[in-house]
Design a protein around this ligand. Sequence first.
Ligand code: FEO
Length: 403
Amino acid sequence: MTAIEVKSGISWIGVNDRTTDLFEGLWPITSEGVSYNAYVIKDEKSVLVDMAKDIKSNALLDQISEVVDPADLDYIVINHMEPDHTGVIRSLRRIAPKAIVLCSARAAEMLEAYYGVTEGVHVVTDGETLELGEHTLKFFMTPMVHWPETMMTYETTQRVLFSCDAFGSYGALQGSVFEDQCYDLAFYEQQALRYYANIVALFARPVIKAIDKLKDLPIDVIAPSHGLIWRSDPGRIIQLYQKWANYALKGPETGVTLLYGTMYGNTEKMVEAVASGVAAARVPLEIFDVRHIHASYILSSVYKHSGVLVGAPTYEGGLFPPMAHVLDMVARKRIQHRKLAYFGSFGWSGGARREITTLAERLRWDLDEPWEFRGGPRHEDLIRGRKLGYQFAMSLKENAVAD
Ligand code: FEO
């Protein structure tokens, strides 16, 4: 896509990345891709807002050239230093040596640390404004959304908020940049939740603080640095962010994430029985086989649901390793205060029970009495499994009513 006008004098000049397999070297985007949105404001002074990952240097320079000669840029705004938004900076500095970098004080330190850039950097402060001609920029410090140096930039005359990671999503843009021109909004909202759970969820309080700080700003357009630009209903993505942040602060939705792994199908047989019990209680249920599904996709489900059912066998005296890995990722994201139940098969001695108990303590999750069965489940075991699923789901409903 070539440059697209967002508002008078403000253009999207971003790029899609369908090459990177793992975002941050960690989160799969092979099938979804991602966009690095950047923007040019052309006025008496020309400004570039955010950039792209270094592998997209040439593509981004071509995009900037659609609107303005990169050598004529007066300013480069860095809202966030993570290299998916700044990797182009060294190339750009060679082409546009007179452009002044505008960023937070913490970002200036990181600029030196990551790229050795110290000259031509102007540190902006919270609430500082910059006149460009007809347009005016205002800077808001929003630390920890996603790194400590993060800020957002607001264009006051066209009411455009350049929010960087906040309100963004995985998913390369599919021929349109605006949410009102997108035919699969549900995909981007799901990918926004996955991005939130993977990247931002640890910082729920800073997210709420940032939303609160910006609540009185009249916003016509939210222009994040990943995913769709929200111009028809910018309040929609703000409300979703509020809801997601509140999963951590006020509690998640009533629902079950059923995580399972199996070696020879014995635990899997029990999964079907347990799932039928949850379904009978009419509680939302998502099931993930941790052998095949990356934690990236699982985190968003665990993040939004009040209950987690874990079905996994004992392996060499401990928890089935793929399950231990997923739960370790959950713990690293500090998803706390969920209800947990465990079931699984063992051969000659248990062991998973001990590990799941330790994990529950680390996560501060409320663990029901773990249940291990030997070998393959018998008919009466399956009846018990269905009952386990039903009672677990009903207890979530009852807790939600009690709240
Ligand atoms: Fe899109 Fe925190 O980087």
